[in-house]
Design a protein around this ligand. Structure first.
Ligand code: GN1
Ligand code: MG
Length: 358
């Protein structure tokens, strides 16, 4: 978080020459970066502070994004809009302010919405289709040109090691009051182990993946409900399809969002829509091992997210933005409840996957 209020005119001047700001206001619910809508010179843009404590190589992040944008813009049939970063008068897409914070500007897509509020299955269908199209369009992107913007982002073994070390150090004195959640995570470990073995077996191709395919990272047309753009490209990196599909299930399938305390239910009609939307675009090139592991991917990513939220709670809230002291604990409990719901309905989910693939 910037400590002082940003110097808006100075920021605007880094990207726009001789233009006056009409309005600037926060948008979205990101947990890491700070995002604003900037109205300037009669047009709207997204102005975003990149959290350089999380993304320690901001230049690398922007190089990835610019390269992916150029790749997609070269594809005449790519059906989505491309949020290519704006270069300022000096030609740079990244600006460091006097306080050391990093800023960038993206196009603002008018008449769109991010379906963060538990959308119905038709929205899940359109969003999953968009993420599928995105994956398809990056198949021929050379993965070795990308920097790993967060090393080990989906390396759950590494995250588990961090968890164990925080358990041992207990810097916030929260371990004794979270024994139930710690136990539930230990019970989720076989899923992490199954994913580790699958990755190690070499049966999962390494692809260029988005790695943050949550409901809020796809924009849909407010009138037609059709997908307009996939946004939030900071974590585009080599990865596996399991995590991209898993994060969709994590955020589209439950009847309450990750911030909600209390019970939740899995909406099977939304999961069915996700399978259909995603596989319609990807079944032609996914391998059998990938198609057969999508439900495992959902369990993995939900379990990993529980691990991440609980680790951050135990560490004293050093990573995710929080709105109240127990926020990360509530999020961890929510993800554990979702993990259990997925586990209980695993057979039904596998049946849905098989049905959608035919
Ligand atoms: C973070 O910043 P945001 O909201 O796009 C996180 C994701 C988590 C998500 C949980 C770089 O995403 O991995 O799944 O919160 N991004 C990073 O809501 O850690
Ligand atoms: Mg993100």
């Amino acid at each position: 978080m910037p400590t002082a209020s940003p110097d808006w005119p100075a920021l605007a001047a880094a990207f726009f020459e001789h233009q006056t700001i009409q309005h600037v206001a926060p948008v979205g619910n990101g947990n890491i970066n700070d995002t604003y809508r900037l109205d300037i010179g009669g047009a709207s843009w997204i102005l975003q502070r990149l959290n350089h404590l999380v993304f320690t190589d901001p230049e690398g992040v922007m190089r990835n994004i610019a390269a992916v944008a150029a790749h997609l813009q070269r594809k005449p049939d790519f059906p989505l809009r491309v949020p290519a970063p704006l270069a300022g008068p000096g030609g740079r897409v990244l600006h460091q302010d006097a306080a050391g914070n990093y800023w960038r500007v993206f196009p603002f897509f008018d008449n769109t919405f991010a379906p963060e509020q538990l959308p119905d299955p038709s929205v899940a269908l359109a969003a999953a289709g968009a993420y599928g199209v995105f994956l398809e369009a990056l198949r021929d992107f050379p993965a070795d040109q990308l920097v790993e913007t967060i090393p080990g982002f989906h390396d759950t073994e590494r995250r588990w090691a961090v968890f164990l070390s925080v358990l041992e150090k207990d810097p916030a004195g929260r371990v004794s009051s979270t024994q139930t959640e710690i136990g539930a995570l230990v019970a989720a470990k076989p899923v992490f182990e199954a994913v580790r073995q699958l990755k190690q077996s070499g049966r999962l191709p390494v692809r260029v993946t988005h790695n943050d395919t949550k409901a809020g990272n796809v924009l849909l047309d407010v009138h037609r409900g059709t997908a307009v753009a996939v946004i939030d490209w900071d974590t585009i990196m080599p990865g596996t399809v399991l995590s991209d599909f898993g994060d969709m299930v994590r955020t589209f399938a439950p009847d309450f969002s990750e911030d909600h305390p209390g019970a939740l239910t899995l909406r099977l009609d939304s999961v069915e829509a996700l399978f259909r939307g995603f596989l319609t675009q990807t079944a032609g090139f996914l391998t059998a091992a990938e198609r057969e592991s999508l439900v495992l991917g959902a369990l993995w990513i939900v379990g990993e997210q529980a691990l991440r939220f609980l680790s951050d709670y135990l560490a004293g809230d050093v990573y995710y933005k929080i709105k109240y002291p127990a926020h990360n604990l509530v999020r961890a409990q929510n993800q554990l409840a979702l993990f259990q719901a997925l586990n209980q309905q695993r057979v039904a989910l596998e049946r849905l996957a098989a049905g959608a693939a035919t």
